[in-house]
Design a protein around this ligand. Structure first.
Ligand code: FES
Length: 269
């Protein structure tokens, strides 16, 4: 982490063309400075994979692609996104991953029970490595209600017993235990790939319901997405303020320390 007691000129903004990066030195660190439509974002210039110069990477949206082996890094979150096409990953999935890694450490899996249920995996090094997308329990229940003439709507809840002795109880059992089996089945497979010490945190509307019954979900965090938004905002607010001040030639000293950096993103300044 770079801590700055005062503003330090690092380059002239005209030296950084739009959607390109330049290597600049701040203290003992070399960082890659990128110009994105009036914003200036930074990341450590040395790729965590094998040291590739990220300043020479191709910029697409807010992602930079390492010029050596193609690993991709999100410049706003600092999180390396190991998806075939990082732009495909829903913002909410990255936000959850940022928060899960910051709050619980890596490796970790966040499970978000929304319209779709998403499982998002972050490595021990803080890389977004991918995940799983399933139809949410609400969608599954609607299909059951909508495509069967004689089955009524029921609340989704944990029934007292697995064996239902009437139609409502049988449907509730099928929905709850069927979906719990899906969740734990996927988590078992994911943990096989991520390792036993991987943390699992759930969020979303029905996280408490399924978190309580799951063998693998150890934490339920209803604020995970909001915390992720806050963390990302904090990481971007200071660098943007700093860039604006530099643009205006301000000599105002920085008073706050930067927030916790990501791997490959020692400084956002
Ligand atoms: S050095 Fe291999 S992906 Fe960057």
């Amino acid at each position: 982490m770079i801590e700055m007691d005062r503003w330090t000129p690092i380059t002239k903004i005209e030296n950084v063309p739009l959607r390109e990066g330049r290597a600049v030195t701040v203290g003992d660190s070399e960082i890659a400075l990128f110009h994105l439509e009036g914003r200036y974002l930074t990341i450590e210039n040395k790729c965590p994979h094998k040291g590739g110069p990220l300043c020479d990477g191709i910029v697409s949206g807010t992602t930079v692609v390492c010029p050596l082996h193609g690993q991709r890094f999100d410049l706003e979150t600092g999180m390396p996104v190991l998806y075939d096409n990082p732009a495909e990953v829903g913002a909410d999935r990255i936000v959850n991953s940022v928060a899960a890694y910051e709050k619980y450490g890596g490796p970790c899996i966040s499970v978000d029970f929304g319209t779709a249920t998403t499982f998002d995996c972050v490595s021990a090094k803080g890389e977004y490595v991918g995940g799983v997308i399933c139809p949410g329990i609400g969608i599954s229940a609607e299909a059951l209600f909508g495509r069967t003439a004689r089955l009524q709507r029921v609340d989704i809840r944990k029934p007292a017993r697995v064996i239902g002795t009437n139609t409502v109880a049988s449907m509730q059992s099928g929905l709850y235990y069927g979906y719990l089996g899906l969740v734990d089945g996927i988590l078992e497979l994911l943990l096989g790939e991520m390792g036993e010490n991987c943390k699992v945190v759930a969020t979303g509307g029905l996280a408490s319901l399924f978190g309580g019954g799951s063998k693998y979900i150890k934490s339920v965090d209803n604020l995970l997405t909001l915390d992720g938004l806050r963390i990302i905002w904090e990481r971007n607010a200071k660098p943007q303020a700093a860039a604006a001040a530099r643009t205006q030639g301000s000599a105002k000293p920085a008073s706050d320390k930067p927030s916790k950096p990501w791997p490959g993103s020692k400084s956002r300044r």
